[in-house]
Design a binder for this molecule. Structure first.
Ligand code: FAD
Ligand code: N01
Length: 525
């Protein structure tokens, strides 16, 4: 049984069928696509280039599909997911509008008993969580929302019919990727837009454009080689790792490299210039200051520019954003910026948002406030493993996994792109395919060897959790109050959840584990 029909669950179903196993997927949404089914806010698009942010498992599929933009829009990515579902007839084994609520492991039968919000009770041998890492939305627990007289939406639960902002006074709360993508387009429509910012973010121009057919055709002739380079890269996108140090470079030379990175219009343009940017605060400061200078350049009012400068976290320690006209939007006369650090929100009122400075009257509020990332969707399911052990209790101090794929005490349970794997630090398509392939190969091997259960050992898990933590601790990443750290959810344990050792390195570790008869796992015959 697979939970979730985003890109993870769809490919998992395809692989399970090819193994000759009987597989069913349960999905809360009404159709496939996951992230791209739910996040329909204006401006939603990928920030990994479309030709990389797509499946590589089927050469015919990648040859026949033509992306139209460098960074595809949400509707185009959703059409792609639908195309894949049609092409491989996936919907036949997917139960839509069905949310999995609990899963209990039966030690005698070695099966999982799974229940859904539709009253299904399903028994399966293997339970694969393809529930996503950014699928549990987080709306702030702010007083008075129920009294608000206008309409409000979360970017991650956007109405399918769209929202018409024409003539409205709109407030957007949150300036992460979702806010930064949607703010310029909402500003174009609304009578007035108020942006409520708690933390300014590092953002770079996406330089999105239509893809020209020659570029597409050229990449397609060497797609296999390109994909292989992505699989062994640090981030899931082919690139040469930098060796030089920013602290050792001449200022003029550094400036030139950052400028080239800025002009490139990718997430990695600046971060891939020097090897020490995420390791040494002094190095990072040089890149951070370069980006801050660009903000000062674009934003006309120096006071507004000052509020937009990210100062409280090193560059890249919160996921940076790629934008189209975000900063310039603050030059519009009908857009205002509220700094919530100066004037925090007190409550939502019938008329709008009240801060310590007074009331902002609004007709609509948009929460671009993000997600209970990585652990949220897993722990939303009441999961009980051996001897009734509760996963919620086991993870009370932060997630503990072996390789981000399995949890000790929870046999035959797999997590796709779970905490402890590169996941959200990578091109997710590459990480999804790697996990699905690893799990499918593991199940094939178990079938061939007549093994009934597989389970991570406590020792292996202990080692892996310590390793994930140690590698993160070598970087600047834990210095930010980011969702990688669980910092955006009040009360969530502060643990750096993804594995920052790199996609290629991680793949090699997983392959070695499998080749060494699944070192760190225990099988029952
Ligand atoms: P999801 O797409 O999140 O799908 C999980 C599915 O599981 C959901 O449909 C959900 O409804 C379902 N589900 C969860 N719990 C249950 C349950 N209990 N019962 C039944 N169903 C359940 N990554 C990139 O690499 N590049 C990008 O450019 C990029 N852009 C993004 C843009 C946005 C707006 C967001 C939010 C994320 C973005 N990501 C990006 C991350 C993105 O989530 C992944 O790339 C990818 O789509 C995840 O696929 P998935 O199938 O693992 O999870
Ligand atoms: O969420 P976020 P997101 N009061 O958590 C603020 C992927 N993605 O949906 O930083 C006031 O990043 C919060 O402030 P702070 C991508 O991986 C990709 O934007 O916590 N403000 C922050 O500004 C991304 O990283 C794309 O101080 C509150 C914002 O809300 C991830 O999804 C597009 C608040 C939340 O930002 C999440 O992005 C979209 C409160 N109580 C998403 N609570 C692409 O471009 C939170 N905030 C591909």
């Amino acid at each position: 049984m697979v939970v979730g029909a985003g890109f993870s669950g769809m490919y998992m179903l395809h692989r399970l069928r090819r193994l000759g196993l009987t597989a069913r997927v349960f999905e809360a949404a009404a159709d496939v696509g996951g992230t791209w089914w739910w996040n329909r806010y204006p401006g939603a698009r990928c920030d990994i280039e479309s030709m990389d942010y797509s499946y590589s498992f089927d050469p015919k599929l990648e040859q026949e599909w033509d992306w139209t933009e460098r960074y595809a829009t949400q509707p185009e990515i959703l059409r792609y997911a639908e195309h894949v579902a049609d092409r491989f007839d996936l919907r036949a084994d997917i139960h839509f509008e069905t949310r999995v609520m609990s899963a209990v492991f039966d030690e005698t039968a070695a099966t999982w008993s799974v229940s859904t919000d539709r009253g299904d009770d399903v028994t399966c041998r293997f339970l694969i969580l393809a529930v996503g890492v950014l699928s549990t939305t987080k709306t702030p627990e702010v007083e008075g929302l129920e009294t608000f007289g206008g309409r409000w939406h979360h970017t991650g639960r956007w109405p399918h019919e769209g929202v018409d902002f024409a003539g409205l006074r709109v407030g957007v709360i949150g300036t992460g990727s979702s806010g930064i993508q949607s703010i310029p387009l909402i500003a174009e429509q609304a009578a007035h837009l108020t942006v409520f910012q708690r933390t300014p973010n590092f953002t770079m121009p996406a330089r999105n454009a239509l893809l020209d057919p020659e570029t597409v055709a050229a990449l397609k002739t060497r797609y296999a080689e390109h994909r292989q380079a992505a699989r062994m890269s640090r981030t899931g996108v082919p690139m040469t790792p930098p060796e030089e140090l920013a602290v050792a470079a001449e200022p003029a030379e550094r400036e030139q490299r950052y400028r080239a990175g800025w002009d490139e219009g990718t997430l990695f343009g600046i971060s891939s210039t020097y090897a020490d940017l995420y390791l040494d605060k002094a190095a990072n400061d040089t890149a951070a200051e370069f980006v801050r200078d660009r903000i000062r350049e674009v934003v006309a009012d120096p006071a507004v520019a000052q509020r937009l400068l990210p100062m409280d976290h090193p560059f890249g320690t919160k996921r940076p954003c790629l934008d189209t006209d975000y900063l310039a939007t603050f030059n519009r006369p009908d857009v205002s910026l509220v700094d919530l650090r100066e004037t925090p929100i007190v409550r939502i009122t019938e008329a709008g948002v009240e801060t310590t400075a007074g009331e902002h009257e609004l007709d609509a509020i948009i929460f671009a406030t993000g997600f209970d990332a990585m652990t949220g969707p897993v722990l939303a399911i009441d999961i009980q493993g051996r001897q009734g052990a509760s996963l919620r209790e086991r993870w009370a101090d932060g997630p503990r996994t072996y390789l981000g794929l399995a949890v000790a005490g929870f046999p035959n349970l797999f997590t796709i792109t779970g905490p402890g794997s590169p996941s959200v630090l990578s091109n997710m398509m590459v990480s999804i395919e790697q996990h699905v392939d690893w799990i499918a190969d593991c199940l094939a091997r178990m079938e061939a060897d007549g093994r009934r259960t597989i389970e991570a050992t406590e020792e292996a898990q202990h080692f892996w959790v310590a390793h994930v933590d140690e590698v993160a601790g070598m970087t600047l990443m834990p210095q930010a109050n980011s969702w990688y750290m669980g910092a955006n959810v009040p009360g969530k344990p502060r643990v750096f959840m993804p594995y920052i050792g790199g996609v290629g390195t991680y793949r090699t570790i997983c392959d070695d584990v499998a080749a060494d008869d699944y070192r760190g796992f225990r099988f029952d015959p």
